[in-house]
Design a protein around this ligand. Structure first.
Ligand SMILES: [Zn+2]
Length: 317
């Protein structure tokens, strides 16, 4: 009974004083504040840890992604490199093919060029660029492929009928017109001469001058060139058919300076070692060869026949 009373008494005592004592209230609120404070702090710590963990996870995830994307990038770079390699190989192969094609085309070009040259050569009279001498001259039956009649206005004797190789005529006409334009008065004294005509002429010379003299200025080389149809004897109205002094005329000087442009060269220039000087006697050899001879200050008969032959295909170009 005594214990109950005591307990009862303690309880009553505490209860009685609980709401009346300020200390007790303060203590109570302090405890509550501490509990709440700790709770909040704990939650804060927990939340912070959670956030850190999440952040950490996110960072890891990002890092993983970055690694993955770096790996992917690396893979792409490798692929690109291998594609570039393949591309480079393809380009190399293409270049090789192009080179092959190029060289084939070049070969085809060379072949067609050769065919063109051969075709031209087959159509070009090989006699046109031959050197003639006492040992080698034209067959008596040789006649040019085609002959054209020279316009009488250019002739020394307008009543004569003179002919020239038909393919040479346009070049000769251009030369004559250019000469006239520059105040020259060139006339044609002689052009194509057949073997028969030449033989008659030569025997006439023989009768007049004797065999030795006739051979000196009307030898085989000379008449062979006229028989070709590509050779002209020029004169002027003042000189006429005598031909003496033609080398002193301005026409002769003009021919020396300009005839090559029309494909003509002097066959037997002054001081040539081949034949008597014939300032009036000009042979058509084509513009390319005439230009070459003019530029190198050389004359036709001093040139090697094999070298001359290289110009045959283009004689009428
Ligand atoms: Zn002549």
């Amino acid at each position: 009974m005594g214990i109950i009373t005591r307990e009862h008494s303690w309880y009553n005592h505490w209860m009685r004083n609980f709401f009346t004592q300020k200390v007790t209230w303060s203590l109570f609120f302090s405890v509550i504040t501490i509990i709440v404070g700790f709770g909040c702090w704990g939650y804060g710590i927990y939340h912070y840890a959670q956030t850190l963990a999440k952040l950490d996870e996110t960072t890891r995830e990002l890092s993983d992604r970055q690694i993955a994307s770096q790996e992917r990038m690396k893979g792409l770079e490798d692929r690109l490199a291998s594609l570039e390699g393949a591309n480079s190989n393809l380009m190399g192969a293409l270049k090789t093919e192009q080179e092959k094609t190029g060289s084939t085309l070049e070969q085809i070009g060379q072949i067609s060029n050769t065919v063109g040259v051969l075709s031209k050569l087959s159509k070009t009279d090989p006699e046109l660029l031959k050197k003639y001498s006492k040992a080698y001259f034209l067959n008596e039956h040789y006649v040019p492929l085609s002959l054209a009649t020279i316009d009488s206005q250019y002739l020394s004797n307008p009543k004569a009928t003179l002919q020239i190789h038909a393919s040479v005529w346009p070049y000769l006409q251009r030369l004559l017109v250019a000469g006239q334009t520059n105040g020259m008065h060139m006339q044609i004294l002689s052009a194509y001469r057949s073997f028969g005509t030449q033989a008659v002429l030569k025997s006439a010379y023989r009768i007049t001058y004797g065999a030795g003299t006739a051979n000196a200025f009307s030898a085989e080389q000379g008449y062979s060139e006229h028989q070709l149809g590509t050779t002209i004897d020029f004169t002027t109205p003042a000189i006429g058919s005598a031909l003496t002094g033609f080398d002193k005329t301005s026409e002769y000087q003009w021919l020396l300076d300009n005839a090559y442009q029309y494909g003509f060269v002097i066959s037997y220039p002054k001081e040539n070692t081949f034949y008597t000087f014939e300032p009036w006697h000009w042979r058509f050899v084509g513009v390319a060869l005439a230009t070459r001879l003019h530029q190198s200050n050389q004359y036709f008969y001093a040139m090697d026949q094999r070298e001359i032959d290289n110009y045959l295909a283009n004689i009428f170009d």
